[in-house]
Design a protein around this ligand. Structure first.
Ligand SMILES: O=c1ccn([C@H]2C[C@H](O)[C@@H](CO)O2)c(=O)[nH]1
Ligand SMILES: [Zn+2]
Length: 131
């Protein structure tokens, strides 16, 4: 099932995180409208402000690897071994918004999925249609 696949992929890729400064590991997995899966982990930097979140890493991978007609984001799952639930930061919400993300899935403290319509995650958002 696609939701379980995305959560498993997010959990697996969180182990790849490069987080020597915060020690906070995050994994994200995007499922596109076409059913493809793209994962990403956070990559920190000695110049702290340059650190990239897992969710944006997954978006970069999607754009690099997906066919141009499959850039719509059906859902993103976010998992961290450090905290639950782990919600996307504001910057990542806006980047996910660009590609029409429909749903955000995080795990609660018991490890059960919590599903949020994207409009609840980033209400009244600004997007490409406005331009
Ligand atoms: O949803 C989140 C929240 C935080 N981080 C990263 C950024 C930084 O490397 C570390 C601590 O903020 O976790 C993510 O990748 N995604
Ligand atoms: Zn972020």
């Amino acid at each position: 099932m696609e939701l379980r696949d995305a959560i498993d992929a997010a959990r697996a890729v969180s182990r790849q995180a490069y987080a020597p400064y915060s020690g906070f590991r995050v994994g994200a997995a995007i499922v596109t409208e076409g059913g493809a899966l793209y994962d990403g982990c956070n990559v920190e930097n000695a110049s702290f402000g340059l650190s990239i979140c897992a969710e944006r890493g997954a978006v970069m991978k999607m754009i690099a690897d997906a066919p141009p007609d499959d850039h719509g984001i059906r859902l993103v799952a976010v998992v961290s071994p450090n905290t639950a639930p782990c919600f996307p930061c504001g910057a990542c919400r806006q980047v996910l918004r660009e590609f029409g993300c429909e749903e955000v899935v995080v795990l609660d403290a018991e490890g059960n999925p919590r599903r949020y319509p994207f409009e609840e995650i980033l209400p009244n958002s600004f997007g490409p249609e406005a331009l």
